[in-house]
Ligand binder design. Structure first.
Ligand SMILES: [Zn+2]
Length: 399
């Protein structure tokens, strides 16, 4: 009898443990516990299977900061009890940085050059990037050197951009000092497109009426509707169009706006203002090569289609709140701009949920000068109306 009891007790305990284990849920996680910065992912995306239980709430995971985050999720057992497990998700940045640089640099034999002087490396979350020059060259030996710029972001995305360094032979007389008194030519002041009244159409200009009855004119390849310069996917600018900086009116309005924000403790600045046709071309081409044309077209304009080429638009940054990416959304500076920019003549050019009108994803940081009168109308008590909707025009590429 004693023997039977000695044998039975452990068996009963084992069966008990077995039954207990059986009712506990078992969660099998995915092999890849990573998410891209600012992507839309849910708890369920990281769960392969749950035995003896189910997920209570398939919650969205906050992917707005880089690094490993812990996400508690609730599992309900078959006996309707709640268990919490912790997911460890690594938020990574898959957006490759972009290098902007000249494709060819020409120097004379023996001429000192800092090859890093005109290189700009840019990352979507504005990390400080270090650029290196890779390849061998000798400034004392004429020839063509194929070199490349290389940069890497903190998530390990590496980008290279090839360029050519041409060292030309020293000609006779090259050692002569340059005449010091050479008069510098007067800089050409560009015509400000926003301060010009609607151009009077002359023959050769194309005039049209929008679907909402506004009159438009395309003069030398530049389109004005009701006196407002319009650039989007439908309306482009010629490659030669260049105010070479923000227009004086835009700059003055921006200064006023940023001064007002500063009084409320918001230290903002215009990070990216005027961009030439050429700069936009290389920026866009880089995005296309990293992200594909369809994706790039949602957030980057093709050359000639960027509002940055007008000198009337800029992207706003404030340290600590993200810069030119969706981290800026709903932050104090973004909210302030959305509520106050119109007072200074600026519009939130790409409002949320209006991609089908503007042709671009929401950009809480991109502001365009249109003057106070129109900006007040488009502000619409915070429910921003797009230029496209207001004028009754499209923003679609023709090819
Ligand atoms: Zn912009």
């Amino acid at each position: 009898m004693k023997k039977i009891i000695i044998i039975t007790i452990p068996i009963i305990i084992l069966i008990g443990i077995f039954l207990f284990l059986l009712k506990e849920p078992k969660v099998i996680l995915s092999d890849n516990l990573e998410a891209t910065l600012n992507s839309e992912v849910y708890a369920n995306d990281y769960i392969k299977n749950i035995y003896r239980g189910k997920l209570v709430d398939n919650k969205r995971i906050d992917t707005s900061t880089l690094g490993t985050i812990k996400v508690p999720i609730e599992i309900e057992t078959i006996y309707k009890q709640k268990r919490t497990i912790e997911l460890e998700i690594k938020i990574v940045n898959n957006e490759s940085p972009i290098i902007e640089a000249k494709e060819k640099i020409t120097i004379k034999e023996g001429e000192e050059i800092n090859l890093l002087e005109n290189v700009k490396a840019q990352d979507k979350d504005k990390e400080e990037l270090i650029v290196e020059v890779v390849g061998e060259y000798d400034i004392n030996k004429p020839g063509t050197y194929n070199l490349k710029y290389v940069t890497r972001d903190s998530s390990g995305n590496k980008v290279e951009k090839k360029f050519v360094l041409e060292v030309t032979e020293k000609e006779k007389g090259d050692d002569q000092p340059i005449e010091p008194d050479k008069p510098t030519p007067e800089p050409v002041t560009p015509k400000e497109p926003d301060s010009t009244p609607t151009p009077t159409p002359t023959s050769g200009d194309q005039t049209f009426t929008t679907s909402k009855g506004f009159s438009g004119v395309t003069k030398d390849g530049v389109t004005y509707i009701d006196g407002i310069l319009v650039v989007n996917k439908t309306y482009s600018l010629p490659s030669t169009y260049s105010p070479n900086g923000l227009t004086a009116e835009t700059q003055a309005a921006a200064d006023k706006m940023f001064a007002a924000a500063k009084l409320e403790g918001l230290y903002m600045w215009a990070q990216s203002g005027f961009r030439s046709y050429e700069t936009q071309r290389s920026l866009y081409n880089n995005y296309v090569s990293y992200d594909g044309k369809a994706n790039a077209d949602r957030y980057s304009a093709r050359p000639g289609h960027s509002e940055h080429q007008t000198g009337l638009a800029f992207d706003v940054c404030m340290s600590g709140y993200g810069c030119i990416n969706s981290t800026f959304d709903n932050t104090p500076p973004a909210n302030w701009l959305s509520a106050n920019a119109y007072k200074y003549g600026f519009i939130l050019r790409f409002p949320k949920g209006k991609e089908n009108e503007t042709g671009y994803m929401h950009e809480s940081w991109h502001f365009r000068y249109v003057g106070e009168e129109l900006a007040s109308k488009l502000y619409n008590n915070g429910n921003w109306i797009t230029l496209e909707d207001y004028f009754g025009i499209t923003s679609v590429y023709s090819n």
